[in-house]
Design a protein around this ligand. Structure first.
Ligand code: ZN
Length: 203
């Protein structure tokens, strides 16, 4: 399986990091080893001094496909949750400056926290999904899928031009504004609508 991640998919977030609004999705990947396993503590990585949280909607791929058309895209995922794309922002800034790949900043062990999946039902309105993220009980991020630059189905179509999608893959769909640092001892919690699907502590 693989984890495909989208960067800069919300205007306000692209602006807060000083990036241009992209004309097509920014895509990067994390390996399987990036997933935080259940009941495993998350330790602050020793190679960074600026660990950021990015809360995002995450899709679960349920059908193999390639060159998927946008109008058929909804047949290819069957679950949704919230996740955290942990980012070593100091390292990413260095890599960006040098024009180098982002993996060391984005794809390290335990850099992908994934919440409990909700099955997608036929009446699911993918254009109006609210999600929010709390640090130590304070809301720091709030997003709505309607504000994505590239909708869920557009992402599936675009990603699958380059990468086959396989059952069990995950797609992190990008983070809204409000990203920031987390430190040892922080309690992190992410909600889809009003349901808490992910709760963890930075150790
Ligand atoms: Zn992200």
């Amino acid at each position: 399986m693989k984890i495909i991640c989208i960067g800069r998919n919300y205007v306000e977030h692209a602006k807060e990091l000083g990036n241009d609004i992209p004309d097509e999705p920014v895509i990067f990947m994390k390996p399987k080893s990036a997933i935080i396993q259940p009941h495993t503590p998350f330790y602050y990585p020793e190679f960074t001094n600026e660990l950021h949280y990015e809360c995002e909607l995450v899709l679960r791929i349920s059908k193999n496909g390639k060159y998927i058309q946008e109008r058929h895209a909804s047949n290819y995922y069957n679950g949704i949750t919230v996740g955290i794309d942990f980012t070593a922002r100091d390292i990413q800034d260095e890599l960006k400056k040098k024009g180098l790949p982002w993996e060391k900043a984005k794809a390290f062990d335990n850099s992908a926290a994934i919440g409990k999946f909700i099955d997608i039902k036929p009446d699911f309105n993918k254009k109006n999904i609210n999600f929010s993220f709390f640090k130590n009980g304070e809301k720091v991020q709030q997003g709505n899928s309607g504000n994505m630059i590239f909708s869920i189905d557009k992402l599936i179509a675009n990603i699958s031009m380059y990468f086959s999608l396989n059952i069990g893959d995950f797609i992190f769909t990008g983070t809204p504004a409000g990203v920031g640092e987390c430190v040892v001892g922080d309690e992190l919690e992410a909600f889809l609508e009003n349901e808490s699907l992910l709760k963890m502590e930075v150790k």
